[in-house]
Ligand binder design. Structure first.
Ligand SMILES: [Fe+2]
Length: 248
């Protein structure tokens, strides 16, 4: 299957993802702003076939209503966010499977950042569109959920195949790298990082960012080695890390 993903930068550090197939059919993920996405669609003469929303925060859904005026397409949103996202056409829950054109998705509920948060798993390419759950060397803030919920959500991501690519919404990796380095200097750090792998990660990250390339998608097998929030093996360890990160 000749599918690919393009990143459309919006706001300060968000990405909208456009999955595109051979026929030029496009599925958009989390269009928080309409103008850059409209430009992208017009410039490429693509046919938008669906819009996937991971959660109700405005930087993920804010562009949808404007977009569908010009590019009508079915909207998929979490069932648990029906009140906050009343304009969706399809409400999805954990384990639901659906296809748009020849692109297949399975829904994973990953509460923590928000209670209704979902991710969309593409089993053919092993791509996860994960919103604000996992970030490069970091994880999302807990606005609605508990430490336990977020920890469990991260365990679900960890259980995906090693070759999984994570399409997370924010370009936070460089900022999170500073946190990881700081952790390494703490005697009582909740996690002892792997310095060698972190150094390799930093080299690749610096190279990419100096060329203005995104750090997304993340490689799951790499994050599993260096992301302290994935290395945390207990809820207690995870909570300590998240609290420390909140103070940064
Ligand atoms: Fe969010």
């Amino acid at each position: 299957m000749n599918h690919r993903v393009e990143l459309i930068p919006i706001f300060e550090d968000n990405y909208v993802f456009a999955l595109i197939n051979e026929q030029g059919h496009v599925v958009l993920v989390d269009p928080g702003e309409s103008t850059p996405v409209e430009k992208f669609l017009e410039h490429n003469d693509y046919d938008i076939c669906g819009i996937l929303l991971t959660h109700h925060h405005n930087d993920h859904i804010g562009g949808v209503l404007e977009l569908v005026k010009t590019f009508p397409a079915p909207i998929y949103a979490p069932l648990k966010n029906k009140t906050q996202i009343p304009f969706a056409d399809h409400y999805v829950k954990d384990g639901d499977e659906f296809s748009i054109s020849d692109m297949n998705f399975k829904v994973m509920e990953l509460p923590g950042h928000t209670l209704g948060h979902v991710a969309f798993w593409n089993p053919d390419k092993k791509w996860l569109f994960s919103g604000d759950v996992l970030f490069g060397l970091g994880c999302g803030r807990l606005f609605e959920g508990t430490f336990e919920q977020m920890f469990e959500s991260l365990q679900k991501i960890k259980a995906l195949p090693n070759e999984t690519l994570i399409y997370c919404t924010h370009e936070y990796t460089e900022m999170n790298l500073q946190f990881c380095k700081m952790l390494g200097n703490f005697d009582d750090s909740p996690i002892t990082g792997d310095d060698e792998n972190l150094e390799l990660y930093e080299n690749e990250l610096v190279n990419k960012r100096s060329l203005d390339l995104p750090s997304v998608p993340l490689k799951l097998f790499v994050e599993k080695k260096v992301n302290p929030f994935l290395l945390a093996s207990t809820v207690k360890q995870f909570s300590a890390l998240r609290e420390l990160r909140n103070k940064q």
